[in-house]
Design a protein around this ligand. Structure first.
Ligand SMILES: [Zn+2]
Length: 295
């Protein structure tokens, strides 16, 4: 029994980099986005979501993670990340966005382009019924916007985005990828936000209207009038992974207050950027006027 639990733990620690932010991180990204949606986007999102969601996008933002064990969605597992060559610390779509068989566009940035185009084409071409499942397109896009902002989703191929770096988070054995998906957010909720995710989200929202208010327009902007610019988000992520996530986080090390307190502001800013950008992208997709360039 104990040995089986040990084996299960090893298996869990060796799981590939497919989770993205944990449930809290995805909820936070989408909840922040909800606060910046235009009237048109709110209406479109409500229409696309299942009735049971009652227009609450955040409640379904982890759906692609819930589908990971569903054989029908096995093809989507590769779409949660885009790992990069070891120690390069940069991102290149042509070099990095493919699956293990070399199939192009099979990664998180390719998926963001794909689902943006699917949703936008349905808005532009209102006469014909879309051939795509637009509810799934909305949920995948919302989820992957979160994932692309988790720095270790553009981590190194060699350690599978930090999944094979086994270390301690305080007294608990885990891996570096899981620290960034879950542990930093969980510890922040415990230490600073009364174990309440809504309180943490409100603190991030206050920062967006306060210390980051000058940055928000820059975050939202995409060059060439594109609807989404995921390559930029991925480039930022791998730079942050090299500068903060991998630094002082070698196999066997113990991460404590120094690491936690210096990395938490990075995690909170990435959740803010993911939310602000998801809203900007949905607002552009569902804008009634024509003339917006396709992503
Ligand atoms: Zn994911």
């Amino acid at each position: 029994m104990v040995r089986n639990i040990g084996r299960l733990l090893v298996l869990l620690l060796l799981m590939p980099a497919v989770l993205g932010w944990g449930r809290e991180g995805h909820y936070a990204t989408c909840k922040i986005a909800e606060g910046y949606l235009s009237k048109d986007a709110v209406a479109a999102v409500k229409e696309l979501l299942p009735e049971s969601a009652d227009g609450n996008l955040a409640s379904l933002c982890s759906w692609p993670d819930d589908m990971r064990t569903n054989p029908q969605y096995r093809w989507a597992i590769i779409l949660h990340f885009a790992d990069t060559p070891d120690y390069k610390c940069n991102y290149d779509y042509c070099r990095d966005c493919h699956d293990s068989n070399g199939n192009k566009d099979a990664c998180v940035t390719g998926a963001i382009y794909n689902y943006t185009t699917q949703l936008r084409s349905a808005i532009v071409d209102t006469k014909s019924k879309s051939k795509y499942n637009l509810t799934e397109a909305l949920l995948f896009l919302s989820h992957f916007l979160g994932d692309v902002h988790q720095p270790l989703h553009e981590g190194f191929v060699g350690d599978r985005g930090g999944n094979s770096i086994i270390l301690r988070w305080y007294a608990e054995q885990t891996n570096l990828h899981f620290v960034w998906d879950n542990k930093i957010i969980e510890s922040a909720m415990e230490k600073f936000y009364s174990n309440n995710l809504e309180v943490m989200i409100q603190a991030i929202q206050r920062n967006i209207t306060d210390i980051w208010s000058d940055d928000k327009t820059y975050w939202e902007h995409c060059a060439h009038n594109y609807i989404a610019c995921p390559n930029r988000y991925a480039s930022e992520s791998i730079k942050l992974a090299c500068k903060y996530a991998y630094k002082n986080a070698t196999p066997g090390s113990t991460l404590g207050d120094d690491y936690f307190l210096s990395r938490l502001p990075i995690v909170e800013k990435r959740l803010a950027q993911g939310g602000v950008r998801l809203a900007a992208i949905l607002n552009r997709i569902f804008a009634p006027q024509i003339g917006i360039a396709q992503a």
